[in-house]
Design a protein around this ligand. Structure first.
Ligand SMILES: [Fe+2]
Ligand SMILES: [Fe+2]
Length: 395
């Protein structure tokens, strides 16, 4: 369902002062997003999170409380109940690294040095931007590339904080005892990721953006859901898939050696996290739930994928420096067509969609919806557990 036409391209809206127009357009955009959810169960579970994230913009406050509602599952017989997770736990213990020792923080980083670009100028289609009447000189282009890299890394950082909290919840809530051992290593991994992204932003790029409202909504949704498998599905499969795609793209595009090494180390850890999600969810979604429950997961995953496909358009950058120069619709087009963002989306879905197939959430019932939004090509690619660490970094 879409908003009534009179609200779209309305000349009255276009004539509003920039600050008011930006708010009205964002509100309309958000209402449309919520109205497209078809499954009532999904709407019921995501509605309160969308209210907090999209409309109340709770992520823009300095702190947020998310009330979780799951049970901590204890088992006093300490079973060895999942050999694959045990093996993953052993691997995780072996591959721990220390961000303050294994990364060379003395590396000088100058975002305005064209010889060591954070991301290549090919990330952005400058001609398209000039088509909207915005022409940047070399210094302004470097400034824009610094801002967009900082925006992406800020979202990685906020996503990592979500992963830190969610992995702690998953460790409590999973009934699989070997999953608790493994989950504890993931908590440590995510703390390290928060540490290194935060340190890189603070000490090297000296800027940070608020959490994107859509990312906040997704994190709020899985943190407050009482069902343990939804936390796995949301964090280990969807958000981690997003992270693998984003990290892989940036790894490939950056020439800055400290950031490249930081991303290489993080990618190795993230691949284990996705693998953990696959191990936990595959048996559950293949006979462990009622059909109604499984369908709700299928629809929920599709809605989150759509949110990721359509909504990570850096509106924080738009509001910061472009709202007075172009409409939100033009900005969305510019971001959608941006070569770097297209690559990011391609790698993200290459990582994410096959994993949904591997856990059994791409049945014929939902396949056509993925095909309809242009994601059909990714369905039969290998799942993360079938890809080597080296290939994951190769994007
Ligand atoms: Fe992480
Ligand atoms: Fe992770």
């Amino acid at each position: 369902m879409q908003l009534p036409k009179f609200l779209e391209n309305n000349p009255l809206v276009e004539r509003l002062p920039t600050e008011v127009r930006t708010k009205v357009e964002a509100w309309m955009d958000n209402v449309n997003t919520v109205l497209t959810i078809e499954n009532m169960g999904v709407l019921k579970s995501m509605g309160p999170s969308a209210m907090r994230g999209l409309f109340l913009q709770k992520g823009r406050h300095k702190t947020a409380e998310m009330r979780s509602n799951h049970s901590a599952h204890f088992n006093f017989s300490y079973p060895s109940d999942n050999g694959a997770m045990k093996a993953l736990y052993e691997k995780a213990k072996r591959l721990q690294w220390n961000g303050s020792v294994d990364l060379d923080w003395s590396t000088p980083v100058d975002p305005f040095n064209p010889n060591v670009p954070l991301i290549g100028e090919g990330f952005v289609d400058w001609n398209l931007l000039s088509g909207f009447g915005i022409r940047f000189n070399e210094r302004e282009q470097l400034d824009f590339l610094w801002r967009i890299t900082t925006w992406m890394l800020s979202q990685f950082l906020h996503g990592e904080q979500g992963a830190l909290m969610a992995s702690a919840q998953v460790t409590e809530a999973t009934p699989i005892f070997d999953g608790k051992y493994y989950g504890a290593t993931q908590v440590m991994d995510e703390a390290r990721h928060v540490e290194v992204f935060s340190r890189y932003l603070d000490s090297k790029l000296e800027h940070r953006y608020d959490i994107n409202d859509n990312l906040f909504t997704i994190i709020d949704g899985l943190m407050t859901d009482s069902r343990w498998d939804m936390k796995f599905l949301g964090m280990q499969i969807l958000v981690e898939g997003l992270a693998l795609g984003a990290f892989g793209t940036l790894y490939k595009m950056t020439s800055e050696p400290l950031l490249k090494e930081l991303l290489r180390l993080v990618i190795q850890d993230e691949a284990r996290h996705v693998h953990f999600g696959l191990l936990a969810l595959k048996p559950l979604y293949n006979g462990g739930l009622s059909e109604k429950e499984r369908i709700e997961r299928e629809d929920w995953a599709f809605e989150i994928v759509l949110l990721m496909r359509n909504r990570f358009l850096a509106h924080e950058l738009y509001e910061e420096g472009f709202a007075h120069r172009m409409s939100r619709k033009e900005w969305n087009f510019f971001m959608d067509e941006m070569p770097g963002m297209s690559m990011f989306r391609r790698v993200m879905f290459k990582r994410l969609v096959p994993n949904l197939r591997a856990i059994g959430l791409l049945t014929p019932r939902i396949l056509h919806r993925y095909e309809k939004v242009g994601l059909g090509d990714f369905i039969h690619l290998p799942a993360t557990s079938e890809i080597s660490d080296h290939d994951l970094s190769a994007a």
